[in-house]
Design a protein around this ligand. Structure first.
Ligand code: HMG
Length: 385
């Protein structure tokens, strides 16, 4: 039985900043941000958005009356959780108006957990082929104003339905996971911004990619030539290039050129949104499918990396008609408006974060269907409009 990703949709906020402008304000060379890091724009998060509203917005695009009835499990993968106990999947399930007879859970392991969600969903469908599992990867990447990580912030969500006979990507059985206790990036419970050892994290990422790829090759006998594309977790788009070049090593043959072209196609959306943390790999997949030369029957390789650290290398086969089962990301990006660096800084500081007080946000300026209206008695108040 084929099991895999049946449908995919993306959502982000309605605001962004231009990173050349951020570079000028921070006193950096704009080329450092756009070429050295590989980012052009960055999603700006108003206080009326969080991972629940972003996740619900992405998933809402997938819901027909039939799908709404059939969803059996909701998994929200995130490292930007809003509660230390209650799963954000419960809030999302409520906002989407799904049946009470569903299973809901939240998963965490930095930028890796959406991949765990997909693999767990695959297991559920293998046990019971009638299961239709909604996996949502939603995150807000926050490093802090004027920090080295600032240029790699971002926000958004990717929602995926996992089922038998999928329309987009049938997952292949061999996957390689690798876990080591490493302090490259983490966020203590009392912090709203990540702690990061930036350069170290990029080296660990490359090392995990090389190790998981080598083991996958050992187990399957496959070579780089067997992949139409290798898709990467993209904390910033240059990271994918660093990892790919670490294994291509100056190769200029047809396979190397194909993988480089595929990487460029996978980076288009991330360049304009920034790091989605656990959703980044899957936004990269959508970007490749909408901007690359993907064809049904192609074998795609995916490298998932979450700091801390865990990596997974796995593959899937692209299914006929895949293009009609993806939401139109360019439409979302075209509907955004640019804000100044001062406005971005104000939004950054107004996030609810760890604030225990009652708060009421002005939701009239946020056009999203799902908004965070505030907090009362330590409970977040969401609206579906
Ligand atoms: P930095 O110190 O600001 O930047 O930190 P830099 O000085 O290393 O410069 C960056 C690049 O720009 C360099 O290129 C420069 O040469 C180049 P590279 O050597 O890397 O190829 N550059 C220029 N290029 C053109 N024109 C110029 C110019 N000037 C310099 N004028 C860093 C950069 C990425 C470390 C920082 O932004 C950071 O700490 N980011 C956050 C950490 C991160 O994203 N790590 C990635 C791997 S870990 C991961 O993926 C997991 C993660 O997503 C979290 C999770 O799992 O939850 C982060």
């Amino acid at each position: 039985m084929k099991i895999g990703i049946d449908q995919m949709a993306f959502a982000t906020t309605d605001k962004y900043i231009d990173l050349r402008e951020l570079a000028r304000v921070r006193g950096d060379e704009p080329d450092k941000y756009t070429i050295g890091i590989g980012q052009d724009q960055q999603a700006v998060v108003p206080p009326t958005q969080d991972i629940v509203t972003l996740g619900a917005a992405a998933a809402d695009k997938l819901l027909t009356p039939d799908i709404r009835e059939r969803i059996s499990t909701v998994i929200v993968a995130t490292e930007s959780g809003i509660d230390n106990s209650k799963a954000s999947a419960i809030y999302v399930k409520h906002l989407l108006g799904l049946s009470d007879f569903v299973r809901t859970v939240e998963l965490k392991e930095a930028c890796y957990s959406a991949t765990a969600g997909l693999q767990f969903a695959r297991g559920l469908v293998a046990l019971n082929p009638q299961e239709l599992v909604l996996v949502i990867a939603a995150d807000i990447a926050r490093y802090g104003l004027a920090t080295p990580g600032e240029v790699t912030q971002g926000a958004g969500a990717v929602a995926m339905l996992v089922s038998q006979n999928p329309h987009i990507l049938a997952l292949e059985p061999t996957t390689v996971s690798l876990t080591k206790d490493i302090m490259d990036f983490w966020r203590p419970l009392y912090a709203t911004e990540a702690r990061v050892d930036g350069k170290y994290s990029t080296n660990v990422y490359i090392d995990f990619f090389k190790q998981t790829l080598a083991r996958y090759q050992q187990l399957t006998g496959r070579r780089l030539a067997d992949f139409a594309a290798v898709l990467f977790h993209l904390p910033f788009t240059k990271m994918g290039k660093k990892a790919l070049e670490a294994v291509l090593q100056e190769r200029q043959d047809e396979v190397a050129q194909r993988l480089r072209a595929a990487l460029t196609a996978s980076q288009v959306y991330s360049r304009r949104v920034g790091n989605l943390y656990t959703g980044s790999l899957y936004l990269g997949l959508m970007s490749y499918l909408q901007n690359g030369s993907a064809q049904a029957g192609d074998r795609l390789a995916l490298f998932s990396y979450g700091s801390g650290a865990e990596g997974e290398f796995y593959t899937g086969i692209l299914q006929p008609g895949f293009a009609t089962h993806l939401s139109a990301v360019p439409t979302d990006l075209a509907q955004r408006h640019q804000v100044t660096i001062a406005e971005y800084e104000q939004d950054f500081q107004q996030q609810l974060g760890m604030n225990p007080a009652d708060v009421s946000f002005d939701v009239t300026k946020d056009p999203a269907k799902f908004v965070l209206a505030g907090q009362k008695d330590h409970q977040r108040i969401y609206q579906c409009r």
